[in-house]
Design a protein around this ligand. Structure first.
Ligand code: PNS
Length: 194
């Protein structure tokens, strides 16, 4: 198709099989695909930008025309600075459409020369999102088949580390002087048990 650079922006917290599927499809169409991780997201991420960068680099090693980068501020400004011809976004279901349309039109308003191209990941990933993957993994559920193996391992490590840190966090909370305020019932219950 068109020769040129496309930007695939997102949070990728964590990257899923749906993301990877889209990168593979995008890599076939564009001369170069730059997967760009938003750095200044307001959300408190599960994985740091450095961790996401590392995971994405490992996952796309086989795609020679895919580059992983990070960006801050307006995406269209970043895309312009990269001399990109378009923005690539995935649409899984009709529920994605409204948000994606709004974002595409806002980006067009900000930079009329930049087009947004939508692609669909394989239908087997149509229900997979980073948010649901985090939720399932945090609740101890299986995410096999939804994320690449290295992401699955990283999720396991993250959750083990968080579990190990929990008693220490409770201990610290217990020592905090609440200045007459009531203790969180869950903490109070644990304190009573101890
Ligand atoms: O994977 P996500 O979280 O749906 O990706 C959203 C993202 C990063 C593409 C979007 O929030 C973005 O481009 N943010 C950068 C700031 C910006 O340019 N905002 C105006 C776009 S409407």
């Amino acid at each position: 198709m068109n020769k040129g650079i496309a930007i695939y922006p997102g949070s990728f917290d964590p990257p899923t099989n749906g993301h990877l599927d889209l990168m593979e499809r995008g890599a076939k169409i564009f001369e170069e695909l730059v997967v760009a991780i938003l750095r200044n997201s307001e959300k408190s991420p599960m994985f740091s930008v450095a961790e996401r960068l590392e995971m994405l680099r490992a996952l796309t090693g086989h795609l020679k025309n895919v580059r992983i980068d990070t960006f801050d501020g307006l995406m269209v400004e970043y895309a312009k600075s990269m001399q990109a011809i378009c923005i690539l976004r995935g649409i899984r279901a009709i529920s994605d459409y409204e948000y994606e349309l709004q974002m595409a039109l806002m980006n067009r308003k900000l930079e009329p020369t930049l087009e947004t191209v939508f692609m669909m990941p394989a239908d087997k990933y149509s229900y997979v999102s980073s948010r649901l993957v985090r939720e399932v993994a945090q609740a101890g559920g299986p995410v096999k088949g939804l994320v690449p193996e290295i992401v699955e391992q990283r999720l396991r490590d993250k959750i083990v580390t968080a579990k190990q840190a929990e008693p220490r966090a409770i201990e610290i909370l217990d020592r905090i002087d609440l200045g007459g305020k009531e203790l969180d019932p869950k903490v109070a219950k644990r304190k009573k048990k101890a």
